[in-house]
Design a protein around this ligand. Sequence first.
Ligand SMILES: Cc1cc2nc3c(=O)[nH]c(=O)nc-3n(C[C@H](O)[C@H](O)[C@H](O)COP(=O)(O)OP(=O)(O)OC[C@H]3O[C@@H](n4cnc5c(N)ncnc54)[C@H](O)[C@@H]3O)c2cc1C
Length: 546
Amino acid sequence: MSTSDQRPFDVLVLGSGVAGLSAAVHAARSGSSVAVLTKGALAQSTTRFAQGGVAAALAEPDSPALHEADTLTAGAGLCDVDAVRVLVTEGPGRVRELIEFGAAFDRTGDVATAPLALAREGGHSLARVVHAGGDATGAEIERALVAAVRATAADVREGWFTVDVLVEGGRCGGVRAIDPSGAMVDVRAHHTILATGGAGQLFAVTTNPALSTGDGIAMALRAGVAVADVEFMQFHPTALDHPSMPRPLLSEALRGEGAVLRDDQGVAFMADEHPLGDLAPRDVVARAITRRLIDRGLTHLWLDATSITDFTRRFPTIRRACEEVGLDPTRQWLPVAPAAHYLSGGVATDLDGATTLPGLWAVGEVACSGVHGANRLASNSLLDGLVFGPRAVEAIHRSKDRADTSGVLRGLLPVAPPIAPATPDRDGDADGRVDKLRTALQLEMTKNAGVMRTAASLREAAEAIEAISVEADLLATDAPEAWELRNLCIGARALVTSAAAREESRGTHWRSDHPSTSSEYRGRFAIMGGDIRFVPLPADSPEPHR
Ligand SMILES: Cc1cc2nc3c(=O)[nH]c(=O)nc-3n(C[C@H](O)[C@H](O)[C@H](O)COP(=O)(O)OP(=O)(O)OC[C@H]3O[C@@H](n4cnc5c(N)ncnc54)[C@H](O)[C@@H]3O)c2cc1C
C-alpha cells in the first residue's frame, strides 16, 4: 500500500549529481516549488568521482565550432548535430555560472582572477578542460552545487528511493518512492526530471559507484518511455582489479610515463596489437586485454609502472588509491581489467530534455540527448549535466508541456501510449539472494556482453538475464536493493537486445563477428513498450570522420 504526499510540486528532481542539482538550483531560484529525491545522501553521486574535468570552449583560440567537430568525431557518426551544438554553445556560459555558484577551478596563477588552467585530453584538438584540485573536479562541482541547492527553499529528501513514475491520463504525475522508513509514498509533481545517472553496475568491473544501477532507464522502460543507444557502454581499459567499489582508475597518463601492460606470463603484449603499443586508443587496449582474459580464463592482467621514478609527485591520487588497497605501485605490478565507465545512451529526449512521456524529462547520464553518439568525448559528460539540467527547467518555465520532434526524438515521435507501471505489494525477506543474483548478472554481462560481443555470446547473455529476472521478480521483498536488482535486469535486457540488433562495430560497441562499421546501421535502436525500433539518422547528418 502506498500513501500520498499532499501537494504536487512544480518540479520534482530525481537524483543529486551534476545534472539533478543543476536543474534543482535553477528551478528553485526562479520561484518554483521544488523537491529533490535522492536514494543516498545529497552529495552521493557518480559526479563526485569525476577526475579529469569539464570540457568547454572558454578561451581563444578555442571555439564552439572546434569543440563541436571533436565531439562529432568521437561520436562515430551517431551524434545528433543539433544537440551537440546546444552543448558546445551553451557550455561555456554554464561553466562560468558554476564558478559564480562557488566552484573553484584550478587557475594558472595564485590569484582568483588568473586565467583558468586548461588541460588537453584524448580526442580534443586543443586544451579546453577545466579542472579542480588537480584531479578532483567532480568533488568540487558536487560540493558547490550541494551548497547552492541547500541555500534555496528546495525540499531535499535524502534516502528516498524512487521506484516508478506515476502515469495518469497519459502524462507523468510524479513518482512512487520508498521513504527512509521503508514506506511506499507517492510524491506528486507537475514536472518530473529524471537525473538518476548511469548503469556501470551492469558489469562486474566498473568505475561507477554502487548507486549506478540504471534505475531511471528501468523506470522509463516499465512506463513504455523510449530509451535509445544503450548498446554504447564505454569501457575504460585499465581500472584497478580489486574488490574496492568503485574501481580506481589507472589513468592512460601512467602509460604515457612509461608503464607497460603485461600478461599473466609477464609478457608485454601491446606492441603486437597496435603501432602505438601501450598508448593505442582506449577501445583497442580494452579489446586486447579482454581477449586474453577470455582466452585464458583470467580476471585481470598487469600494469607494470615500476619504471616511473617520481610516481608520488606525478600521480598522488593513484598512489593513494593503490596504498588504500595495500599495493605499492613503485614495487608491484598492478592488477588491471577493463571497467564499464560511461553509458552513452539512455532515456531518449528532444533538445530540451523532454521524453516521450509528457511531464517527464531526462538529463545527464540517464538521458540519450544525442550529444555522445556511439562514444562520449572525454570530459563532455559533466558538461552535459550542466547544460541540459537547466535547459529542461527553462523549457518548463516557458510552459513547454510535451516533447517536440527535435534531437533524438526526430523520427521517433509519435509513440505508443505510455504504460502505468504496477507496483505489487511484497513484504518479505530475500535472505541474501539479492546480492548473489546481482553478482551473477554482473559476471554474465562482463563475460558475454562486455567489451567484445558476438551473436552467440549475446544469446547466452540474454538467456541468463531471463533466468535471473524471473528469480528477481519472485523475490518477496520490496527493499531498494531488490528494486536495483530488477532495474539492472531490465537495463541488461535492453543493452543486450540492442547490441544483438546492431550487427556492426561502431564507437564503443564491438562485435567480433561484425568487425566493420556499416552505413546500414547509421541510426539508433530505440526500445519502448517491449519493442525495438531502428530510427535512421536524418540524411543531412554529417558522416563520421575518424
Ligand atoms: C571515476 C570516474 C571519473 C570520471 N571522470 C569524468 C571527467 O573527468 N569528466 C566528465 O565529464 N565526466 C567524468 N565521468 C563521468 C561523470 O562523472 C558522470 O557521467 C556524471 O557525473 C553523471 O552525472 P549525473 O548527474 O547524470 O548522475 P550521477 O552523478 O550519477 O547522479 C545520479 C543521482 O541519482 C541518484 N539516484 C539514482 N537512482 C535513484 C533512485 N532510484 N531514486 C533516487 N535517487 C536515485 C543517485 O543517488 C545520484 O545522486 C567520470 C566518471 C567516473 C566513474
